[in-house]
Ligand binder design. Structure first.
Ligand code: NAD
Length: 492
């Protein structure tokens, strides 16, 4: 991977705001810096929007809405399909860009392009299937028509950890439903969304249907948009505390909301599990994205009779990982997103060890020769983590695998459900009846039974409890952007 290729790619990413189909600087002329977390170096400067830019983006989305809502479904679908095809052509560029700005290994970034692209294909197919109902009322005095309509201009806010997939998972269903959008990517990884907006432009998307602003002052620019009476929907992916604050703001206009928030996924390994499958699943559920996924397994709840063997097998795998810049061949552990993330991992591990956990691997900040100020943390395994440890309550968001032994099925369920979150759970058992009991008993929006990754564009992604509201993907995903109208007509 040459430095020239990276420089050429970065130069081809727009550095402006995308508003009403035009690329423009921030009204203030301010810019913000984007870093490579594996080196700490600035890779690009881009526009830093203020409230006036946010208003301009809202104006553009509101102006474009009537024409886009009236565009035949087939035409909307074809634009999404063209975007899917263009993404396949540009997949290496998107993958490299995500590795540069977010740090994930290139192989994983390619996986994200494949996953993120599927939302464009899936929702291009769903567009023509938006349907209603028609039928006689029970009294026989009239006809009832139930029809679906785009909800209106939407505001989409995405996190830094999956820069492409979090954008396509929201943009694709919104456009499929006939909505226009303003999207605000995270300030830590904004380049992928800007590059994707350029792709949408090339796919022939009409001006103003998608508007993008990047900012270092998210709250100040977002709140006036959320309170704008023309906005009808807020879709947010990020942390639960920010989601709660935005829900309060959204209550002002009684907005439709989708909230994809934090997780604290249990990964339960029963004594009748196939340990090969469980160890493979653990590697994916824990170390994908360097542990920085809302779906990352946070607590490994393992039957006492197999806990030592599970611990030694995962430790062996973890010790063989290569840490480094994600562009290097064979790297599994890239950098964490910033220094705060490293400090958080350090604090959680120190707290767990102080309370009696045993450290089997890692446990240190990573230092890689020649990579300047990269923010690395070693892949880590802890076992015998004690109840009350912070690591069992908080999202780790780093490559730390924490094992808690259990004795009975009821105890495993109690530990798994002992969290305010309910996004995803992983269960490993070869018993069909036990697997079915877990489907009934675990408080979770999604479940992986003998698998370590569940995400799929064709499935409804979303959480229970404080993990959120609404679903993204699947047949459910488009309904988040549609509203129902019922009409009664007199009998002919
Ligand atoms: P975050 O909540 O700090 O930020 C998310 C987004 O909100 C960013 O774009 C940020 O700039 C913006 N933001 C922050 N404060 C804001 C404000 N006051 N007004 C408007 N926007 C604001 O989260 P993060 O650190 O970027 O992402 C990590 C979190 O996201 C984790 O908790 C993770 O579990 C969650 N996440 C959830 C899902 C899911 O689908 N459930 C997916 C990915 C990440």
């Amino acid at each position: 991977m040459t430095a020239d290729r990276e420089a050429e790619l970065l130069a081809s990413v727009p550095d402006g705001l995308f508003i009403g189909g035009e690329w423009r600087p921030a009204a203030s002329g301010n810019s913000l810096r984007v870093f490579d977390p594996s080196t700490g170096r600035v890779v690009k400067k881009i526009a830093d929007a203020g409230p006036e830019d946010g208003k301009a983006a809202m104006d553009a989305a509101a102006d474009a809405f009537p024409a886009w809502a009236a565009t035949p479904a087939r035409q909307r679908a074809e634009i999404l399909r063209r975007a899917f095809d263009l993404l396949q052509e540009r997949k290496e560029d998107f993958a490299l860009l995500m590795t540069i700005e977010m740090g994930k290994p290139l192989a994983e970034a390619r996986g994200e392009v494949a996953y993120g692209g599927e939302f464009l294909r899936w929702f291009s197919e769903e567009t023509a299937r938006i349907q209603g109902r028609y039928g006689a009322n029970p009294e026989g005095t009239g006809r009832m028509i139930v029809s679906q309509h785009p909800v209106g201009p939407c505001f989409l806010i995405t996190p830094w950890n999956f820069p492409l997939a979090m954008a396509t998972r929201k943009i694709a269903p919104a456009l499929a439903a006939g909505c226009t959008v303003v999207i605000k990517p995270a300030e830590l990884t904004p380049l992928t969304t800007l590059f994707f907006a350029k792709l949408l432009e090339d796919a022939g998307l009409p001006k103003g249907v998608v508007n993008v602003f990047t900012t270092s002052t998210s709250g100040a620019v977002s709140e006036p948009i959320i309170r704008d009476p023309r906005l009808r929907k807020l879709s947010f992916t990020g942390s639960t505390p920010v989601g709660q604050k935005l829900l309060e703001q959204a209550s002002h206009g009684v907005l439709r909301t989708s909230m994809e928030l934090g997780g604290n996924a249990p990964f339960v390994v029963f004594d009748d599990a196939d340990l090969d499958k469980a160890v493979d699943g653990a590697m994916l559920a824990k170390f994908r994205n360097i542990g920085q996924a809302c779906t990352a397994a946070n607590r490994f709840i393992v039957h006492r009779s197999v806990a030592d063997e599970f611990a030694s097998r995962v430790t062996e795998r973890v010790k063989a990982f290569t840490m480094g810049r994600g562009t290097e061949e064979g790297v599994v552990i890239g950098p964490l997103i910033d220094d705060r993330a490293v400090v958080k991992a350090e604090e959680l591990v120190t707290d767990a060890v102080t309370r009696g956990a045993t450290l089997l691997a890692g446990g240190q900040r990573g230092v890689i020769d020649g990579l300047g100020d990269g923010t690395f943390y070693e892949a880590t395994v802890l076992t015998d983590v004690q109840a009350g440890s912070n690591i069992l309550r908080e999202e780790i968001f780093g490559p730390v695998l924490a094992i808690v032994p259990f004795d009975t099925e009821d105890e495993a369920v109690a530990i798994a459900n002992d969290t305010e979150y309910g996004l995803v759970s992983y269960v490993f058992t070869e018993s069909l009846s036990r697997g079915q009991r877990m489907i009934d008993k675990l408080e979770t929006g999604m479940m992986g039974l003998n698998v370590g990754v569940v995400s799929n564009a064709a499935a409804p992604f979303g959480g229970w409890k404080m993990s959120g509201l609404g679903r993204e993907g699947g047949a459910e995903g488009i309904h988040e952007y549609l509203q129902t109208k019922y009409t009664l007509t007199a009998s002919p």
